[in-house]
Design a protein around this ligand. Structure first.
Ligand code: APR
Length: 232
């Protein structure tokens, strides 16, 4: 029976694919007023600006490819039952071939109907190069399938259940600034080994193994540490 390896990722794992993080120097929140482009009020005030912001991010995503960190997590599926919980809205984990990916903050390549939220649409890459499609085939307005600030995080509960069942918990490339995602670390069972990969790590509880490296190197280090027999 393979051990359950649960991994929580943030923008840092996609940084080496050329996708901007949010709070690093030059990050997205330095360039855009976050509450204008990533909040429920902002969308209400100016939906066209929000559609344009997400279309610009889709264009950047279409140029990007998964990096060695994404592929390294896929490789771990050989030896572990791997579940990725990501704050990222990019699809790089999926494009790398990861089997189990749970998005906490939504998905950039999807939009949904404002009037029938159960109608979720997968955008085709070519659809993102032009002006954003703001209505679906029924003529209803659509919105990005993104969890805006001020909105609930519907996948948080299933995420806590995954973390509570983890034999090993890993956090990669997140500043642990945003809740409830940052609280996932508190849901591990006592005694569960925790690893945190980040070149500029945020403060974490004692006992967490910090790998202060960029994700592409840090995931390789993690794989080596996991393959070493644990001293009895
Ligand atoms: N490898 C690993 N980590 C990296 C790398 C790298 N090459 N480069 C930067 N990082 C780390 C930074 O040190 C930082 O800790 O990635 C983290 C990025 O932090 P944020 O920009 O705050 O991104 P994140 O934690 O994912 O933000 C959480 O905030 O704006 C909201 O919804 C948005 O999902 C996002 C949430």
């Amino acid at each position: 029976m393979k051990k359950k390896l649960v991994i929580s990722t943030g923008a840092g794992i996609s940084a080496e694919s050329g996708i901007s993080t949010f709070r690093d120097a030059g990050g997205l929140w330095e360039k855009y007023p976050v509450m204008d482009v990533c909040s429920a009020d902002g969308f209400e005030r100016n939906p066209a600006l929000v559609h344009q912001f997400y279309n610009d991010r889709r264009k950047q995503l279409l140029e990007a490819k998964p990096n060695a960190a994404h592929y390294g997590l896929v490789d771990l599926e050989k030896d572990y039952d791997v579940y990725v919980i990501t704050q990222n809205v990019d699809d790089l984990h999926e494009r790398a071939g990861q089997q189990n990916v749970l998005h906490l903050h939504g998905e950039l390549m999807k939009v949904r109907s404002l009037t029938h939220p159960e109608r979720v649409y997968q955008l085709k890459p070519e659809a993102c190069a032009t002006t954003p499609d703001t209505r679906d085939q029924y003529g209803d307005p659509v919105r990005p399938h993104i969890v805006f600030f001020q909105e609930a995080v519907p996948n948080f509960e299933p995420a806590t259940e995954l973390v509570a069942e983890a034999d090993i918990f890993v956090v990669i490339g997140t500043s642990l600034n945003v809740y409830p995602a940052a609280a996932l670390i508190n849901y591990v069972r006592p005694g569960t080994p925790i690893y945190y990969i980040d070149p500029n790590p945020a403060r974490v509880p004692a006992g967490v193994t910090v790998i202060a490296e960029p994700a592409t190197r840090g995931v390789a280090t993690l794989a080596r540490l996991l393959s070493q027999p644990i001293e009895g």
